[in-house]
Design a protein around this ligand. Structure first.
Ligand code: RIB
Length: 299
């Protein structure tokens, strides 16, 4: 089992479903409401554990009831939470609205995630002992840099899922092995109107560009440039699809599969995730991923 370490955020997601999303200043009547643990970091840790990795989560929860529930969900999913910090105050909270087409808008109030500042020697050791480190951008950037440096020093491969889009300092880019971005994150990073793989490869050695229903694209500095088709499923909620993808990708890469094959398998994980409403509760098991992967994309 590959050892996956995730240094990132944990949130409680407050999810409202409605026929359509409200415009600014508008109120719409919704349907169901649900509360489920989420946060890109915690989701990716759970995704990696369900996909077959031995996963440790590094992050911070608050001293409130949300924190208790978030940690319980991580534990129940088989994620090692021994190093999760609890800080006095609110846990991170995400307010999510989902429409009938499965599209969403997300606003994150970071709460305790902002207290995950710097790394202890024990946290650095966990990272250095891992096979693959995954980070996102919902925690302080200094911590993301420190985690990726610890990984580089320990020989642990690094994946940065640059979500949400934020400035990427050169000292962070210097220690990233694989960048995972969607189209809006890609354009935000390079300042281009369209995703520009060549510009991204000037920053990092390998890039996966995810394009929802259009699949994904992989390119690297060795000259690879491949398109990977999407798996066709009925989308109910796209929340955490990128997290399912990234967690599964880390596991498959950590298992030693070639990256293109790892991306194909991770695409099945992302597609399996959108068939259910919610974040951490919709992340697929290894068996779910294998079944969809075996079915194929039909293209
Ligand atoms: O990627 C989905 C996640 O983004 C949600 O779970 C929410 O908490 C935000 O972090």
């Amino acid at each position: 089992m590959p050892k996956i370490v995730v240094a990132g955020s944990a949130n409680m997601d407050l999810v409202g479903l409605a026929e359509r999303l409200p415009q600014p200043g508008e109120t719409v009547l919704g349907d169901d409401f649900m509360m489920t643990p989420g946060g890109k970091g915690a989701n990716q840790a759970i995704a990696a554990a369900r996909a077959g990795g031995e996963c440790t989560f590094l992050g911070a929860i608050g001293s409130d009831a949300f924190g208790v529930t978030i940690k319980a969900r991580l534990n129940a999913s088989g994620v090692d939470t021994a190093h999760v910090r609890t800080s006095y105050g609110s846990s991170g909270v995400a307010v999510i609205m989902v429409d009938r087409a499965g599209e969403n808008t997300i606003m994150v109030s970071p709460g305790a995630n902002t207290t995950f500042a710097g790394l202890s020697a024990a946290e650095e050791t966990v990272i250095a002992d891992g096979d693959v480190l995954i980070c996102q951008q919902e925690i302080p950037v200094e911590t993301v840099i420190a985690a990726n440096r610890a990984a580089r020093e320990g020989g642990t491969r690094t994946i940065l899922n640059a979500a949400p889009a934020r400035h990427l300092p050169p000292e962070l880019l210097a220690v990233i092995d694989l960048l995972v971005v969607n189209e809006s994150e890609a354009t935000a990073i390079t300042g281009s109107a369209e995703p520009d793989m060549a510009a991204l490869l000037e920053l990092v050695p390998r890039v996966v560009l995810t394009m929802s229903g259009a699949g994904s694209r992989y390119a690297d500095r060795e000259g690879a440039d491949e398109r990977i088709p999407a798996f066709r499923v009925e989308a109910v909620d796209t929340t955490a699809a990128g997290d399912a993808f990234t967690g599964a990708l880390a596991v498959a890469w950590g298992e030693g599969r070639p990256l293109i094959e790892a991306i194909r398998w991770a695409s099945a994980a992302g597609a399996a995730c959108v068939r259910k409403v919610g974040a951490s509760n919709s992340l697929p098991s290894r068996a779910d991923i294998d079944v969809l992967y075996a079915r194929g994309t039909g293209s």
